[in-house]
Design a binder for this molecule. Structure first.
Ligand SMILES: [Zn+2]
Length: 329
């Protein structure tokens, strides 16, 4: 049997696990809800048991394990220093603990980098050595592949595109700054702007409130109302798209990517987003930077994380890791 790896994607609402082969194909998978209130021991025990249960469905054993998780990870040791969705895992040596429990080489990386790795080798980034990914959901994450390498920066923190400042003195962000891309165009930012607009002029928010049907207004309600032609919702969506366009032009100038890959639930839902970014980059970016540039949607959807984490682990298990730049996709 061909070698295969375990991929783990630990998100804010669910933990997804999969057995993935070198072609990026999922051979078996399962998922369960994330329980942030649990202790680190309980979270870890359930993860190990679930991985063992999943492996029991397979012939043979995995060669390695890859884990994508939201937060800050020390690259060399796989120590998880900050895990915003699972605070009980702060300062948890997740890579070492998994390696000890499963007796397999284990690799831990940021969840957005895992999804980007998946898109690189098995999705929308296939064949490219220079691209930027932008995942727009409740928050905004990104990663950069440049010259055939996924950039880490000195502290494994490169690619925090959501916290790139787009508007000086703009609205406040979760990071403490003002005018970040995330504070202008993420799910939580669109919902916040909708709430504020509806408070100012309740009659203008009727269509959005009707869709929310008594629940708290979310970005999904705003997008749905915009698709139906509601003026307030269209204006909110337009402002979010304009912020993404501005950020994209900056990224094109700084990194000269061949592709911008846009993923995430909201990235796929914002009406006309890909076309607008593509048109405005063609119009505004420096000619040399925009030549052969294209905007594409992510291919792998929700499975990008597990596929990417598993493929990252398989690649590094094979010892190709540092040669990626030379090998290329
Ligand atoms: Zn920020």
């Amino acid at each position: 049997m061909e070698p295969w790896s375990l991929g783990v994607d630990i998100g804010g609402t669910k933990v997804a696990l999969a057995c993935v082969n070198a072609k990026g194909r999922i051979l078996a998978k399962m998922k369960y809800p994330t329980r942030p209130q649990q202790s680190k021991e309980a979270i870890f025990e359930i993860l190990i048991q679930s991985l063992k249960d999943l492996c029991a469905q397979m012939e043979g054993s995995p060669v390695s394990v890859g884990v994508g998780i939201a937060g800050q990870i020390i690259e060399k040791t796989g120590l998880l220093t900050v895990a915003p969705n699972l605070p009980s895992l702060n300062n948890f040596p997740i890579q070492q603990k998994l390696q000890e429990a499963l007796k397999l080489p284990t690799f831990v990386l940021n969840d957005v980098k895992a999804a980007t790795w998946g898109e690189w080798w098995h999705g929308a980034g296939k064949g490219h050595r220079d691209f930027v990914s932008l995942f727009i959901g409740t928050g905004i994450g990104g990663a950069i592949v440049s010259g055939g390498q996924m950039l880490t920066g000195q502290n494994n923190c490169a690619g925090e595109i959501g916290h790139m400042i787009i508007q000086m003195n703009g609205p406040g962000c979760t990071c403490g700054n003002r005018g970040c891309l995330e504070a202008l165009a993420s799910g939580w930012a669109i919902a916040r702007q909708a709430h504020a607009a509806i408070q100012r002029a309740p009659e203008e928010g009727e269509a959005i409130l009707k869709l929310a049907a008594g629940e708290t207004v979310t970005a999904q309600h705003v997008v749905e109302a915009a698709r139906k032609g509601d003026p307030l919702a269209m204006d909110l969506v337009d402002k979010a798209i304009q912020a993404i366009v501005t950020g994209s032009i900056g990224l094109v100038h700084v990194l000269n990517p061949a592709r911008l890959i846009i993923g995430g639930g909201l990235g796929a839902a914002l009406p006309g987003l890909l076309e607008r970014v593509s048109e405005e980059v063609s119009r505004s970016a420096l000619p040399a930077a925009r030549e052969s540039f294209g905007v594409v949607g992510a291919y792998l959807g929700e499975e990008a994380g597990v596929i990417g984490a598993a493929d990252f682990a398989l690649t590094h298990w094979q010892g190709r890791g540092d040669d990626v730049a030379q090998v290329g996709p």
